[in-house]
Design a protein around this ligand. Structure first.
Ligand code: KG4
Ligand code: ZN
Length: 362
């Protein structure tokens, strides 16, 4: 690619309405000219999870404004955009459709190429946007909706080495917080409590560690936590502040150990040593988990990479970038595509069981 490309990215597959402008000039590092993210936490708070109909409506109402803001912040007009990249799945279908309809309309009105992007590819290609690392690298995607190990070999080549067979770790953090009366999102509040607790007091299960491969399971953890809490309540009529801290510490230690051990396994399974271990997703913000992953990675002689959190969590810069990578690699772009609620990155990997609170897992 020997000319500068400026892409508009649109993301609306879950509970963030996002638009961004990303530019790549020949010989230069990519530049994020803008990245607007409008969250919907307040709209779903009362329901204990994302309500698909509410999410879709909010996306439909807000997308135009968010796109306008992204263009204005970047200081460009649609006439200076070379292509539009849009999340075409996987995700909550009403939201995905809102984004795809808007992108189709803008692309048709301006005669621009439209690049359908897999949301997971957006996450998986982010380390190249932030750090320019070469293929192949190992990505651990760990959030409220996803948990999988991907070997990223090219802009369109992903091998799924394993992942959760039930809940995503972020969901487990959120449920733990709920069970212990801590505020949502659960990750940061459980982490803060855990920092003051004794991780050795409650020994929670480490599911699937004895099984080969790097599949994981987190749904049993919340049941174990519930039992631990209820045993304390039965014993003394309630739980103390210190009990809560210890429960959080025990829970977090279990999640961290499973992620770390399975990461070591995934690094082994990668074959040719990957150029890096990169993490993405909200759970990657957890300092204890991050530290354990970094240790595993360093021990295997593989550099550890954690892009800034605003680019690890859902955003549209990663979608614009994934679109740019596809254009640059000469991969087809077309208006002839459908929005997909499920869209595994690696078609050869066996389908996953279960579906997370934020919709079907890919
Ligand atoms: O990537 P993300 O913002 O959204 C999607 O799930 O798509 O991830 C949000 C999840 C939530 O479940 C939240 O509880 C979790 O990431 N999270 C954390 C931390 N910060 C956010 N989990 C553990 N420790 C944290 N510090
Ligand atoms: Zn995501």
């Amino acid at each position: 690619m020997d000319r500068t490309l400026t892409l508009l990215g649109i993301e609306s597959s879950c509970d963030d309405t996002a638009a961004a402008v990303v530019r790549l000039a020949p010989g230069a590092a990519p530049e994020i000219l803008s990245s607007q993210v409008l969250g919907q936490t307040a709209l779903h708070e009362a329901f204990g999870g994302v309500v698909p109909e509410i999410a879709a409506r909010a996306h439909a109402e807000r997308l135009d404004g968010v796109v306008e803001e992204a263009l204005a912040t970047a200081g460009v007009t649609l006439d200076q955009i070379d292509a539009i990249a849009v999340t075409a799945g996987p995700g909550l279908i009403g939201g995905v459709l809102s984004g795809v309809m808007l992108a189709r309309g803008l692309a048709a009105a301006k005669g621009l190429p439209l690049v359908p992007v897999n949301h997971l590819a957006g996450h998986a290609l982010t380390p190249r946007l932030t750090d320019g690392i070469p293929f192949p690298y190992l990505m651990l995607l760990v959030s409220g909706g996803h948990c999988q190990f991907l070997l990223v070999q090219g802009a369109d080549r992903f091998v799924r080495l394993g992942g959760t067979i039930d809940d995503a770790p972020g969901e487990a953090f959120d449920k733990t917080a709920k069970l212990l009366g801590l505020p949502q999102p659960g990750g940061p509040s459980v982490e803060a409590e855990a920092a003051l607790g004794d991780a050795s007091r409650f020994r929670f299960p480490r599911p699937l560690l004895d099984r080969e491969g790097c599949d994981m399971s987190f749904s049993g953890l919340k049941t174990a936590l519930l039992r631990g809490r209820d045993a304390l309540v039965a014993e003394k009529g309630g739980i103390t502040v210190q009990d809560r801290r210890d429960l959080c510490a025990g829970f977090q230690a279990a999640v961290a150990e499973v992620l770390a051990k399975k990461t070591a396994r995934a690094l082994d399974m990668a074959g040719e040593p990957p150029t890096a271990l990169a993490v993405a997703g909200g759970v990657a913000a957890n300092k204890a988990i991050r530290a354990m992953l970094e240790t595993v990675s360093t021990r295997a002689g593989v550099p550890f990479l954690a892009p800034p959190l605003r680019l690890c969590t859902d955003n549209a810069a990663m979608i614009a970038w994934a679109g740019l990578e596809r254009l640059r690699a000469g991969l087809s772009h077309t208006t002839d595509f459908v929005a997909r609620p499920r869209w595994p990155l690696d078609d050869r990997a066996p389908a996953l069981l279960g579906s997370g609170k934020k919709g079907a897992k890919a």
